[in-house]
Design a protein around this ligand. Structure first.
Ligand code: G3P
Length: 250
């Protein structure tokens, strides 16, 4: 794990997505301006094998287009407006490729790449992402995370020095990942959902030498509770608010 990462680490979830369209360069730049320690983004493959940054499996919610990301080419995805859904002031913002994000902010922050090949669990996303990390020489500036254990194992085989976050689904669906059985999967951080974090879970994860990064924490009361409980990091849509809350808490 990077020794330079402060505790708690404030990670901008899809960028500063409370104030700019999620998973766009505008949101990532704003996260840096708002003093996030790291940014988080969602990577998946286009129909023609490029790594694009978008959360959903379909483009409807965050763009003016239609269809499944995995069925659209990079050229088609690049035509979409990924800003207007959030605010007309961001009209014309494009879906970035991972290559573009690495080039724009890779040397200025830590990037948590969520491997979101949830609709195609065995595709070549881990291999493609690792190639980009190597090409940009960002081995010491990225983290990988996923709900897909296979993607984490495959990424870990290619780049064992990159820290891994095992994402646990909320509630009973994530019980296995949060239990000792989750240790079968290589990881340095357990990333549970806010509602599943207990002092006992934090203690057990710390005892195993791992860190706890909690998603998605947007309310100051939750931030304060988690900071007090000793979590190591939070994913938040609003790193500015988290920074202010943390400053008031110490
Ligand atoms: O990485 C934390 C969080 O992003 C996981 O949930 O749905 O936003 O990918 P989701």
């Amino acid at each position: 794990m990077f020794p330079t990462l402060p505790r708690p680490t404030l990670i901008a979830h899809r960028g500063a997505s409370a104030h700019a369209p999620e998973n766009t360069l505008a949101a990532f730049e704003l996260a840096l301006k708002h003093n996030a320690d790291a940014i988080e983004l969602d990577a998946k493959l286009t129909a023609d094998g490029h790594v694009i940054v978008i959360h959903d499996q379909t483009v409807e919610r965050t763009t003016d287009g239609e269809g499944r990301v995995g069925s659209l080419t990079l050229e088609a995805l690049k035509e979409l407006d990924a800003g207007s859904f959030f605010d007309i002031a961001f009209k014309g913002e494009r879906l970035p490729t991972l290559d573009e994000v690495f080039a724009a902010v890779g040397q200025r922050t830590i990037i948590n790449v969520e491997l979101t090949n949830y609709a195609s669990l065995t595709d070549d996303l881990p291999g493609k992402v690792c190639e980009l990390v190597k090409r940009h020489r960002l081995e010491s500036r990225v983290l990988f995370s996923s709900f897909n254990p296979l993607a984490l194992i495959r990424a870990h085989r290619r780049l064992p020095q990159v820290p891994i976050g095992l994402l646990a689904f909320p509630g009973s669906k994530g019980a296995l990942a949060r239990s000792w059985l989750g240790s079968i999967i290589p990881h340095q951080t357990l990333n549970p959902e806010l509602g599943d974090v207990t002092p006992r879970l934090i203690e057990r994860v710390h005892h195993s030498g791992r860190r706890v990064f909690v998603y998605t924490v947007n309310q100051p009361a939750d931030m304060r509770r988690l900071f007090d409980a000793g979590v190591d990091g939070i994913f938040t849509d609003d790193p500015l608010l988290a920074r202010q809350t943390l400053a008031e808490a110490v």
